[in-house]
Ligand binder design. Structure first.
Ligand SMILES: C[S@@+](CC[C@H](N)C(=O)[O-])C[C@H]1O[C@@H](n2cnc3c(N)ncnc32)[C@H](O)[C@@H]1O
Length: 296
């Protein structure tokens, strides 16, 4: 499933693209995947991007398995924040959802390595699926209370076409909120900003925060300001897009900053994506680009 290396954007090409986006006003970049830590020389890429003037927030989403090997170097390279995916603390449930890759122990060791390297307030992404891992959510929440890290419970989305999505598998965030609030009282966090995907709550006993990403039951297309670039340089303006716009070959052909800026502005100003809001009115078999390509 890996693309040949020559198909991937090089570090220089990625840096060039990020510079153009930052010039256009982007101040936050998230490196995701696929698994970003599998990219050879990933730390050098982080160094190049972290030093771009105007970029104030550089984040990584990872399965954390390779974190013990890379955490210190990533901190030194200027990575600002880390999000770790962890769907359950029950190893058999975890393995079922992770397709056999990694183990709970490896993820927890990865989180510890990130802490030791000086990363604080990690986000822990948990995608909840009914009758798959929903019975293990309270254990996970309990584990990360008082840890300084923030669990985000994410509604299972119909990204891509191979994840066997079915509405019956979606556990609405409101249901989880009630369940957790009944056990440990929660109150909404007042500083919520519109572009934030998570509805943030804090435990009233001071145990920290928790977030709910209710992308199915409460779509937030109107507040979404995310552009996505795949590893081979396709631009997408929506997580659920079927088609992107190839930028890699234009960069390789020597496009100027001004020309690339114009293309991106054109794509952005025409964007009318609101798939999540329309989901219930659309046929169920529409093509989507897979999550490992688009990044979560
Ligand atoms: C696609 S993964 C890629 C990054 C990295 N390999 C990892 O495991 O974190 C990024 C994020 O996408 C989210 N994700 C993946 N599939 C999803 C789905 N069907 N619905 C909602 N979120 C999903 C998970 O929260 C995960 O943290």
């Amino acid at each position: 499933m890996f693309l040949p290396p020559q198909h991937l954007l090089s570090d220089g090409e990625l840096e060039f693209l990020v510079r153009v986006f930052v010039k256009l006003g982007v101040n936050k970049v998230r490196l995701t995947g696929g698994e970003p830590l599998l990219r050879p020389g990933f730390t050098e890429l982080v160094t190049r991007i972290a030093t771009i003037e105007g970029l104030t927030d550089l984040a990584l989403t990872t399965n954390a398995v390779l974190m013990p090997r890379h955490a210190n170097a990533l901190k030194a390279a200027g990575l600002g924040r880390v999000t770790v995916s962890l769907d359950s603390l029950d190893d058999s449930v975890f393995r079922l959802m992770a397709g056999g890759r990694g183990s709970v122990k490896e993820v927890l060791l990865g989180i510890e390595a990130a802490e030791r390297a000086g990363f604080t307030n990690l986000k822990i992404n948990t995608v909840v699926q009914r009758n798959i891992n929903d019975h293990t959510v309270m254990h996970l929440v309990d584990h990360f209370r008082h840890s300084g890290h923030t669990i985000r419970l994410i509604e299972f989305m119909d990204v891509g076409n191979v994840n066997h999505w079915n509405k019956a598998l979606v556990v609405p965030g409101s249901e989880l909120l009630k369940l957790i609030h009944d056990r440990w009282a929660l109150r909404p966090v007042k500083t919520q900003v519109a572009a934030e995907t998570a509805r943030r709550y804090e435990f009233t006993d001071g145990a920290g925060e928790i977030g709910f990403i209710n992308s199915i039951s409460e779509p937030f297309c109107g507040d979404c300001s995310r552009a996505r670039i795949t590893a081979d340089g396709e631009f997408y303006s929506c997580l659920f897009s079927a088609h992107g716009t190839g930028l890699r070959d234009k960069i390789r052909d020597g496009i100027s900053v001004e020309e690339l800026t114009e293309i991106i502005c054109g794509l952005w100003s025409k964007r009318a994506d609101r798939y999540s809001e329309l989901r219930n009115r659309l046929p169920g078999n529409l093509p989507h680009v897979e999550m490992f390509r688009m990044g979560g």
